[in-house]
Design a protein around this ligand. Sequence first.
Ligand code: HEM
Length: 215
Amino acid sequence: MDSFSTLIRTASHEQHMEAETSTFMSDLLGGRLGVDAFTRYTEQLWFVYEALETAAPALAADPVAGPFIQPALYRLGALERDLEHLRGPGWRASLTALPATEAYADRVRECAERWPAGYVAHHYTRYLGDLSGGQIIRDRAERAWGFAKKGDGVRFYVFESVSNPAAFKREYRELLDGIRADDLEKQRIVAECKRAFALNTAVFRALGEEFPLSA
Ligand code: HEM
């Protein structure tokens, strides 16, 4: 039987393609959108990571989610520096979540409070993605809008405390493989991962509506 890390990656492959090729992501990566669209996207990420990371300390001792909680991954501080750069010192006052973002953050909080294994699905979907495809997004953003390499504006994509991302991802997959869950619970985690992807895609859809390309 496949390892759990292989299972979750394979099972979410289709959703991954869908997210990656969404109109908003394609336009963003294709350099067809302005920095305002990138900024709005970064704002939405703030709400997601606020939910993920506010919940994290309470889960640190949980037998299922605990091993995944690693401050080296935390992104909220980096997002706040990026937003300060993108929006200016008053960024917090003008920060708003799209309804799709609200729904995503709500689901993360719900899992964190009631179902730690479901929280792991959200943790995996975000952090492993940020360590992977996130690097492509950073590269495009630096070129398109002239951010300093790994500097303000794209700090979210820079994991200062992860010196070897490939090794980190390997270890992360080992954590997934050792997760304390039976087969049925593993299936539920996979389903939650698909839901996490769908929640991301819904945010992209909403952003796509807010930033349509002028024909
Ligand atoms: C245009 C946007 C994206 C690009 C270019 C991209 C690209 C990639 C690439 C190249 C990998 C493989 C890395 C590896 O095997 O080590 C990867 C993995 C991953 N991506 Fe994305 N991605 C994008 C968007 C997303 C989104 C929106 C999510 C979810 C929120 C996501 C979640 C993941 C996850 C969880 C993995 C790890 C898969 C695994 O090895 O288990 N990605 N991505």
